[in-house]
Design a protein around this ligand. Structure first.
Ligand code: ZN
Ligand code: ZN
Length: 281
């Protein structure tokens, strides 16, 4: 069993439409994959329509959270997206993403970069707007030479001249909401410093007490040592240890299936989820 439990599409900041993500998951020989766009399940219908026989689709979402000023991401799976409390929070987070992106573009304009909201909105299309769209507009405008450079603390990174905070949930509250909607919650890439900060062990233990179901252990931004440490932590806390590519299409280099979740850990998650069924054809 190879299940990639972390994939983005153009419904958020991935560059591939959901149906192309499905085609790539299938070509990678996966048995299952989860579509986990930021704060939205808008890509699920198109992914479902494109699903070939034999490939399982797990509906998911990567929820934006914050604790003590630090951003962290919560992968949530198989929840009922229409559960009113969770749905309302997702609407609030998405609205705040748009406000924030506009404010960031305003700051970039003040800095004389020439990046406009029109460019960023065109790159986001129907997807949930995010910093990667702004970063791409900056590259296109010749302000920076790479997406990574746009994400430094000079520009869009925390404390950067064009950085703006947005609304986010406390992770304990987010876990509660996901559970209330029948889903399961997995802490995304806890040690990927480039994507936020090293989530401290004591916070992971606290979230485990709150009902966290798993930890994303195998992620491209984790080195072997970090994977070993997280795997033992997951085992110690009785949490599933998951893996996923965090593929964003061209943005990350197409890499669906480069990190995956094994049968036992996937089963442990599926067993606990009741808000939605795994989608198959
Ligand atoms: Zn993330
Ligand atoms: Zn992600």
């Amino acid at each position: 069993m190879r299940a990639d439990l972390h994939c983005h599409s153009s419904a958020s900041d991935g560059t591939r439409p959901p149906q192309e993500v499905v085609a790539r998951a299938s070509a990678a020989g996966l048995d299952a994959f989860a579509l986990t766009d930021h704060d939205t399940v808008a890509g699920i219908p198109a992914a479902t329509a494109a699903l070939p026989p034999g490939l399982m689709l797990i509906s998911g979402m990567e929820l934006s959270c914050r604790r003590n000023g630090y951003s962290l991401h919560l992968l949530s799976y198989l929840f009922d997206p229409d559960q009113p409390e969770l749905a309302a929070q997702c609407v609030a987070i998405r609205a705040s993403r748009v406000d924030r992106a506009k404010t960031m573009v305003g700051k970039l304009a003040e800095l004389g970069t020439g990046v406009t909201w029109g460019q960023v909105a065109a790159l986001a299309g129907d997807g949930v707007v995010g910093r990667p769209h702004i970063a791409r507009a900056m590259v296109d405008a010749g302000v920076v030479s790479s997406i990574d450079e746009a994400f430094t603390t000079d520009w869009l990174g925390p404390g950067g001249r064009a950085h703006v905070r947005r609304y986010a949930l406390d992770p304990a509250e987010a876990i509660r909401l996901v559970h209330a909607a029948g889903g399961v919650a997995v802490l995304a890439h806890p040690f990927a410093v480039t994507r936020g900060w090293m989530v401290p062990d004591d916070l992971i233990a606290e979230l485990s007490q709150t009902g966290l179901d798993g930890i994303e252990v195998d992620h491209p931004d984790h080195d072997e040592e970090q994977r070993d440490a997280l795997r033992s932590l997951a085992r110690r806390l009785g949490l599933a240890a998951t893996g996923g590519s965090d593929d964003h299409g061209e943005l990350t280099g197409d890499r669906i299936g480069c990190d995956t979740t094994g049968q036992d850990d996937l089963d442990a998650l599926l067993e606990r989820a009741s808000g939605a069924a795994v989608i198959t054809r």
